[in-house]
Design a protein around this ligand. Structure first.
Ligand code: GLN
Length: 399
């Protein structure tokens, strides 16, 4: 109340009350606060190893050559060309750099720009849960209602009857993330075919987050939904440099979409950000030209990290949902006597100096995910070994 007795309105928009601050980034802050010198951040998924020299050199050279002003709003032409070439090299279709590619400030901006471009207030977007925590707020920022459909543990199976019944006349889009954060699920061709069939039947757009496209294990292949029959014209494929080239701080992402949709995404993107960092897009040109051996090496190194983390966590007493892709492990903490996911994560970060993400932050339903925490492992083996050593100390507490 003010002195005059009138209730003071909090000067913020209602739309921001519908979601909380990012738990992932909150955990990063906590580990830095409690353990500034020896904390191990296995919460926020970013690498602690070097990015490829060739792309750093190209970005640095661009800055020195004064590529320091705005790039073309929807992306430097040579970078868009590089994205088109690389997409063709791996998946056999070539988006038109002039009409079908929008370079954004990370996949995060590509996702919200896309949603704002295609989803109207009052419409619905289907989101599979557990989900990467941005998708819920993305829907709310569009004034749209997320409709959550479960991926069922232990193998994160999709029940197609449940999915089918989530489609309503108001459904505008389905958000799909494969390889998946946080579960590590890599959607199979047959699953994608069933999703595609529903999208076509209900005239719904697919917005696919494929940022982990090159991080797949066990001989699996990432399949872009846009490559399925009838899907190219109704899919927005979101991707970026962060994970594949270990440059999460560069904020270079992109959206591939049919021309009409691209035109709309470009308008939103323009007014949100004007454009992505110009010199870093020059680094992106070098990245897109890296040979296939680069990707093979990346994949091999991640598989080694995955194997190590899965066995270290099992050894320490966690129930482990071994991932087939991306760089996270969801774990079941039921065996420990440490309360729910939030209490457990809090204890781990304060006492052990290891940050993880409470499982509930990937779920819409209260209580769901409260027996899980997510570990991120895009780290040097040395970092993972240190983490494993600390975690081995908690083994005796398993009930
Ligand atoms: N995608 C990463 C994660 O899930 C990082 C998220 C972020 O901070 N933007 O941890």
């Amino acid at each position: 109340m003010t002195e005059t007795g009138v209730a003071r309105r909090v000067p913020v928009a209602d739309r921001t009350s519908g979601f909380t601050e990012s738990v992932i980034r909150e955990m990063t802050r906590l580990v830095n606060t409690f353990h500034p010198d020896d904390g191990i951040n296995l919460a926020q998924g970013f690498p602690d190893f070097a990015a490829p020299q060739a792309i750093k050199d190209a970005a640095a050279a661009a800055i020195h050559a004064d590529v320091n002003q705005y790039a073309v709003t929807w992306g430097a032409p040579a970078f868009r060309n590089g994205v088109a070439d690389k997409t063709e090299r791996f998946y056999g279709f070539r988006p038109d750099p002039d009409r079908e590619i929008t370079v954004c400030c990370g996949a995060t901006e590509a996702m919200i720009s896309t949603m704002l471009a295609v989803v109207d207030p009052g419409q619905e977007a289907i989101v599979l849960e557990p989900f990467y925590e941005n998708y819920g707020p993305d829907c709310i920022l569009c004034g749209a209602e997320p409709r959550f459909v479960s991926l069922h543990p232990p193998d994160w199976a999709l029940d197609f009857d449940e999915l089918r019944s989530a489609f309503t006349p108001r459904t505008r889009a389905i958000v799909l993330n494969t390889p998946n954060n946080p579960t590590g699920k890599v959607f199979s061709r047959s699953e994608l075919e069933q999703i595609a069939k529903l999208c076509i039947q209900h005239d719904v757009l697919a917005i696919t987050d494929e940022i982990y496209e090159h991080i797949v294990y066990d001989g699996l292949q990432h399949i872009p939904l846009a490559t399925l029959p009838g899907m190219r014209e109704r899919t927005v494929t979101i991707n970026g440099m962060s994970k594949t080239f270990s440059v999460t701080g560069w904020r270079i992402g992109y959206a591939l979409a049919p021309p009409q949709i691209t035109a709309s995404i470009r308008k939103v993107h323009d007014f949100l950000t004007v454009g992505a960092p110009a010199p870093l897009q020059e680094g992106g040109i070098a990245a897109m030209a890296l040979p296939t051996s680069y990707y093979e090496q990346l994949q091999g190194e991640y598989e080694e990290r995955r194997d190590f983390m899965v066995s270290a966590l099992r050894e320490a007493g966690f129930g482990v949902f071994s991932p087939h892709g991306a760089y996270y492990v969801m774990t079941d903490i039921s065996g420990f006597q440490r309360g729910n996911d939030v209490a457990f994560a809090d204890w781990l970060v304060r006492d052990l100096g290891i940050a993880v993400v409470p499982g509930s932050s990937f779920y819409s339903r209260p209580g769901a995910g409260s027996h899980m925490v997510r570990f991120a492992f895009p780290k040097r083996m040395e970092t993972l070994r240190r983490a494993a050593e600390r975690l081995s100390a908690i083994r005796p507490l398993v009930g």
